[in-house]
Design a protein around this ligand. Structure first.
Ligand code: S0N
Length: 283
């Protein structure tokens, strides 16, 4: 198997962003806190993800954490304020009365991963815990190392994610298991996660990136528009009107390429009435 030669694709503080062979890799680079994310981390992840989405060369995106110990340990508890997360524990987002005015930046990141029309693959070594577990849950596929550990900790640390962290998890493992994961806050091995349908494949740690890249290369051989429509189709029902909107606008993308749609556009530009009589009224 040919090695992959990553090239730096942007300068960031909390993440590494690299590209190679049509694959973009976003790495949370805070191993000293088990890759916990603070607001800046999430903002940078969103910028990198947007770049990967817009890049016509990129077809698949890997999301991972630096080092073998953790994929991500969730929200950085050291900058957790009284109303969300802060850039630093003591300033500057505070009201004159002293109450914090942080927010959950990760809410938008979850939506962005779901919306991204390219497959997003979580590559998990070590802990995927709390908000870090939710991150892999919202990714399209998960490749896990044999040292990976999965779990939610919210009810132990005064937190919970009732968004995709509950609904998508339930889709993956079923309601009884999802409630067990949230209510008991246990940790699960990569083999247990595989048994539950939480991850797609478990490999030895030393083979994690090679295996993940193999899966990405395989997807890059497939039709990008078919992958795009499949992802939108899987989410259409789960994401309600927003999911249907994505699928509908993708249908628009295809319709724009038809003679029928072009007739409407051209007639407007040529200041004439459109002639739609030439097009079939399909049964
Ligand atoms: C990951 C764990 C199990 C690893 O244990 P291990 O290997 O024994 O390492 P430690 O010695 O514990 O940790 C090493 C250093 O890393 C720091 N650290 C670890 N995790 C975090 C973290 N999340 N935030 C800040 N620092 C962290 C340790 O403190 C240590 O550094 P030193 O030695 O300097 O103290 C273990 O570390 C663990 O259990 N970590 C905490 C896991 C946790 O509580 N995560 C947060 C859970 N909550 C969320 O993620 C919420 C996320 C969220 O974004 C959200 C989304 C939607 C709605 C609401 C929320 C919400 O925030 O509430």
């Amino acid at each position: 198997m040919k090695n992959i030669a990553w090239e730096i694709a942007g300068e960031f503080e909390d993440i590494k962003y690299e590209k190679a062979e049509g694959i973009a890799k976003i790495t949370i680079n805070r191993p000293e806190v088990r890759n916990a994310f603070r607001p800046l981390t999430v903002i940078e992840m969103m910028r990198a993800l947007e770049d990967a989405r817009e890049d016509h060369e990129t077809g698949v995106i890997i999301l991972t954490g630096e080092g073998p110990d953790a994929f991500c340990s969730g929200g950085d508890q050291k900058v957790r304020g009284d109303a969300g997360y802060l850039d630093s524990p003591d300033a500057p987002q505070r009201t004159p009365g002293g109450a914090s005015v942080g927010r959950f930046h990760v809410t938008d990141l979850h939506v962005q991963i779901r919306r991204c029309p390219k497959p997003v693959v979580a590559m998990v070594a070590g802990y995927a815990v709390g908000g870090g577990h939710v991150l892999h849950v919202v990714c399209d596929l998960t490749i896990a190392a044999d040292n990976a550990k999965f779990g939610q900790v919210g009810p132990r640390v005064g937190s919970f994610d009732g968004g995709f962290g509950a609904s998508v998890l339930t889709q993956l493992v079923g309601p009884k298991r999802a409630k067990e994961i949230w209510f008991l806050c246990r940790m699960y091995s990569s083999d247990e996660a595989y048994e539950m349908g939480l991850v797609n494949k478990v490999v030895p740690l030393a083979e994690l990136e090679t295996e993940t890249v193999t899966w990405c290369r395989e997807m890059l051989e497939r039709s990008p528009f078919a992958l795009r429509l499949l992802k939108a189709s899987f989410h259409a029902h789960e994401d309600g009107f927003a999911g249907i909107q994505q699928l509908a606008h993708d249908a628009n993308l295809l319709f724009y390429g038809s003679e029928e749609a072009r007739e409407g556009r051209d007639a407007f530009k040529e200041k004439r009435s459109p002639d739609f009589s030439q097009f079939p009224r399909r049964p």
